[in-house]
Design a protein around this ligand. Structure first.
Ligand code: XMP
Length: 510
């Protein structure tokens, strides 16, 4: 697919993904690349502009991340942000020094609104600053175009060479006119036209899939989650009946979930195979309590079921995966301890005989996938589905898994979701579900002693699941949920709310 491109060179700043989001929201496609990327590679991508991100280093340090000075000679407009502008100044002969006044947070900014970068921006505005070093001497042929009380070089530029830089962070919402500033860079300095519009993007992806896959046999492992669903529907648009989707019902799904997925796909002219493998999974999981063992068993069994089905179809040309952009950025850069073995229906390449993987969503962020999904008329109930783990309800039952416990968990999960929807919070809370704790406790109902299960409610807000905060659900809504759970689900006599964030907890209990 050919789009106008902005390259974001990553110098280790904490807001890099945010810069990418802003640029895309402003209608221009962008990619985040390491600062170590070869200049030839950058040139070959033919970007309309380059953004240097912030970063924790000091440009004068020996080991600071740098880039070849030649980048400034490529004739491509560059915007440096925070560390990025200091690097730009330093490499062009300016001086960067520790500042006497560290600036952090919302700061008054005076800009030269006659400059293209600040076109339409108020002369007295607010920016978000976070720096201890500053440019004490601007390079030759650069001029100052913004100041704060403590920073005489809050923005600089060399208009002839299209080099611009800001000490503050335009990508952070505290910079009240940050979007305007980024938009000026994209549209007035890089001369972008703004061709990253989700409806067009969806159509373009389908067109390119058509070209690539016409007449070929394609297989998709469908989880019912938003990524694999949108990926499958796009491929279906492109090649119709040549697509086969395999959906494995592990018996660990939520109430009516498998029927909903099947009903949705029955509206399309494709081969949909639903494998009801609940019994198989449950028998393998019998008497297993250890979380990692559960995960391993489920992952392996899933692959086995999938493999058996795929064999029936024979050789396929392509396997569809719902990989999205954050997966692409993160892969290969993470060196972390295994906290949980994640099971993903995407991870199947070894077991299917195919020639190539197609990943129609690998350029998109999650909310862009959702916009594309809506543009393709996929029902909102699927497009806005909250994340659901591959091992399903198995990792929300503490201890061994039985049909009876699954039944209790399905009902409680359904009621929790129903009440969150009734309260109008279903788009506000990122993920929410119930956990059947391994705990039984004493209660009293209708003058009788009970000895029932304790249900934990888990509700979190997060951006990328790497960290999460427990959701502040109002007490009266929690009360309503608690009353319904105990009244409507047999064997439940106590409800608790999980008020830990991640870290130190994780989102799921196992
Ligand atoms: P944790 O519990 O690690 O979960 O904080 C982070 C996010 O990932 C989801 N999750 C999974 N997703 N396969 C998946 O596809 C898995 O094995 C898996 N385990 C957890 C979890 O629901 C949360 O959104």
């Amino acid at each position: 697919m050919n789009h106008e491109l902005i390259i974001i060179l990553d110098f280790g700043g904490q807001y890099n993904q945010l810069i990418a989001r802003r640029v895309r929201d402003l209608g221009v496609y962008c990619e985040v690349l390491s600062y170590e990327t070869d200049l030839e590679e950058i040139k070959a991508k033919n970007p309309k502009g380059i953004i240097f991100t912030g970063g924790p280093s000091v440009v004068t340090d020996e080991n600071a991340p740098r880039i070849s000075k030649e980048i400034f000679e490529m004739g491509i407009p560059i915007l440096g942000i925070c560390y990025g502008v200091q690097l730009m100044a330093y490499l062009n002969g300016g001086v960067v020094e520790a500042s006497e006044h560290r600036e952090y947070g919302k700061t008054s900014l005076k800009v030269d609104s006659k400059n293209k970068l600040f076109d339409g921006v108020l002369e007295d505005t607010i920016c978000f600053m976070s720096h201890t070093y500053y440019i004490s001497k601007v390079p030759e042929n650069f001029k100052v175009i913004a100041t704060t009380e403590a920073c005489p070089t809050a923005a600089i530029c060399n208009e002839e060479r299209n080099l611009y830089g800001v000490q503050f962070h335009p990508e952070v919402t505290h910079t009240t006119e940050g979007d305007k500033i980024l938009s000026n860079f994209l549209y007035k300095i890089c001369n972008c036209s703004g061709d990253w519009v989700m409806k067009d993007v969806a159509n373009k992806i389908v067109e390119s899939l058509k070209e690539k896959l016409d007449g070929k046999k394609v297989l998709c492992a469908l989880s019912g989650g938003v990524d694999s669903t949108v990926a499958a529907i796009m491929v279906h648009r492109a090649i119709g009946k040549n697509l086969t989707c395999i959906y494995v019902d592990t018996g660990l799904m939520r109430l009516n979930e498998s029927d909903e997925v099947e009903a949705m796909f029955s509206g399309y002219d494709l081969n949909f195979i639903r494998v009801d493998a609940g019994e198989r999974f449950l028998s393998k999981l019998k008497n297993i309590s250890d979380p990692e063992t559960k995960r391993k068993i489920i992952g392996e069994e899933f692959i086995r079921v999938f493999e058996e089905e795929a064999k029936k179809i024979g050789t396929v040309d392509y396997l569809v995966q719902g990989t999205i952009y954050p997966d692409v950025i993160e892969s290969g850069t993470k060196h972390s301890a295994v906290i949980k073995s994640h099971h993903n229906v995407g991870g199947l390449p070894d077991v299917v005989d195919f020639k190539e993987i197609v990943e129609p969503l690998r350029d998109l962020f999650k909310d862009e996938v959702r916009k594309v999904g809506l543009a393709l008329d996929i029902p909102e109930s699927l497009v806005f589905r909250q994340p659901f783990p591959g091992p399903g309800l198995a990792i929300r039952i503490i201890g061994d898994i039985t049909e009876e416990k699954l039944e209790i968990l399905r009902k409680t999960d359904y009621i929790f979701r129903d009440e969150i929807k009734n309260a109008g919070l279903d788009r506000e809370i990122w993920q929410y579900f119930t956990v059947l704790t391994g705990l039984r406790s004493v209660g009293v109902m209708g003058d009788e002693r009970t000895y029932g299960y304790t249900i934990a409610l888990r509700g979190v807000n997060s951006v990328d699941a790497m960290s999460a905060e427990f959701a502040r659900i109002p007490y009266d809504i929690l009360e309503k949920i608690s009353v319904r759970l105990v009244n409507e689900v047999r064997d439940v006599n106590r409800v608790v709310y999980d008020i830990t964030s991640k870290p130190p907890s994780t989102i799921e209990w196992e």
